[in-house]
Write a protein that binds this ligand. Structure first.
Ligand SMILES: [Zn+2]
Length: 320
């Protein structure tokens, strides 16, 4: 059994506690050490459990084999030139602000360059997908939506195309929604929709869809499909898929509001991951616990390359 986490010691509950807990880089390092090695330091080279030697510049050495490492090696913080206190502050804003923060707002708030703000956000978004590993259960609504205004070339109205996003939402009885998952797909064919469902919904679940033929292969994958076929008039998502419709409208509002619609298709999936992470924690009793959870994952998430940050992360690798 895990011991109960205590606010003010294991996670900050308020911004005041945050500032008290993380006054400098050594405080951030020791927090990450506790998250990465809760049972004590384990040498990545020889797997010996021991108290490491502290070398200069935040490096630590294994007393058994002398292997040198650092808390950031092999994590999303690897090779960063940004202070850990800045990373922690970004993590705090991303997890505690109701709608998160755009790179532009983070740039102004932290007094860092846009590039640094963007890099931190992108790496945290890769971290977020690793938190969402548990497949959806029970009754799950699935439908596609079009995300418009995604810019291509930056000119509003010109060359603007719509991107297809498929959304899955757990439906609770008697009412309400559970968790969501979403994926930017190239089209609404079965080849795009079915692998998504297979990746994010537990086998044998009940999938609620409209009458679209792209979902015809569901029974072959072991799912029970309940299709609602509507008369040709009206917006089918609105009538038959209330969960997906609700989530899609929140997503669009977030993209237009927090991010002013300025999303290129190559990065759309990373925004979907951030939205999903926040939506799935909307009832969490403490934002500070969400902050801790993000950093807990950050130290076990593999490094993200500069190419991923610049041109878009290859999400399909991480989906298994
Ligand atoms: Zn060792």
């Amino acid at each position: 059994m895990a011991l109960a986490l205590v606010a003010g010691r294991d996670y900050p509950n308020t911004y005041r506690e945050f500032v008290e807990m993380f006054p400098d880089n050594p405080a951030c390092v020791s927090y990450l050490m506790r998250l990465r090695w809760p049972e004590g330091f384990i040498c990545p080279a020889c797997k010996t459990c021991s108290t490491p030697w502290n070398e200069s510049r935040g490096r630590i050495a294994c007393p058994a084999c002398r292997h040198q490492t650092s808390i950031t090696t092999g994590t999303i913080f690897e090779k960063t030139r940004t202070a850990l206190t800045t990373w922690f502050e970004a993590a705090w804003h991303v997890t505690t602000a109701k709608n998160g923060m755009s790179a532009k707002t983070l740039e102004r708030t932290l007094g860092v360059s846009y590039r640094v703000a963007w890099t931190m956000l992108q790496r945290f978004r890769v971290t977020m997908v690793n938190v969402e590993r548990k497949p959806l259960l029970g009754e799950v609504e699935v439908d596609e939506t079009l995300i418009g205004g995604v810019q291509q070339g930056g000119k509003r109205g010109r060359g603007v195309s719509k991107s297809v996003v498929v959304i899955a939402v757990e439906i609770k009885q008697p009412k309400g929604f559970g968790r969501v998952r979403m994926r930017h797909v190239s089209d609404a064919s079965g080849d795009s929709l079915l692998p998504f469902i297979r990746d994010v919904v537990v086998p044998n679940a009940v999938i609620l869809t409209d009458g679209w033929g792209g979902y015809n292969g569901l029974p072959e994958l072991g799912y029970t499909r309940k299709a609602t076929v509507l008369a040709s008039s009206g917006d089918p998502a609105h009538v038959s898929m209330p969960g997906v419709h609700r989530v899609a409208s929140l997503l669009k509002r977030w993209i237009l509001g927090t991010h002013q619609g300025a999303i290129v298709p190559a990065h759309l999936q990373s925004y979907l991951e951030e939205f999903t992470f926040r939506f799935n924690r909307r009832t969490s009793r403490s934002r500070g616990l969400v902050f801790r959870r993000l950093l807990e994952q950050a130290v076990v998430t593999k490094p993200v390359t500069e190419t991923d940050v610049t041109h878009g992360y290859d999400w399909h690798i991480s989906e298994n």
